[in-house]
Design a protein around this ligand. Structure first.
Ligand SMILES: [Zn+2]
Ligand SMILES: [Zn+2]
Length: 99
């Protein structure tokens, strides 16, 4: 059976927070969770409970990998433009180091 994700709470969950790894929340814990988000200045996104499917996990994994790759690409671009800005003779070396 599904259980509220709050530590020490055995309540039957009726919402999940999409902003917190889809943790499950029971009626009684929703206000506390909202307060936590207010304190952290983040948004609480309450959704209907959807059971995680392996396909969803895979898609998320792929998403994470794509995100990491684009982060690396961004870094590469940043380093390249920094090298250009400094009119650095080594920019050819920077380029080849990433290939
Ligand atoms: Zn949350
Ligand atoms: Zn609870």
């Amino acid at each position: 059976m599904l259980r509220c994700s709050t530590f020490g709470c055995d309540g039957l969950p009726n919402k999940q927070c999409s902003n917190c790894e889809r943790i499950l929340l029971c009626e009684g814990c929703i206000p506390n969770h909202n307060t936590k988000h207010l304190k952290e200045n983040t948004t609480c996104i309450l959704d209907e409970i959807k059971i995680k499917l392996p396909a969803g996990r895979l898609a998320r994994l792929r998403e994470n990998i794509e995100k990491s790759i684009s982060n690396i690409e961004d870094q590469k671009k940043r380093i390249m433009s920094e090298a250009l800005k400094m009119n650095c003779q080594d920019d050819i070396m920077v380029t080849s180091a990433f290939e």
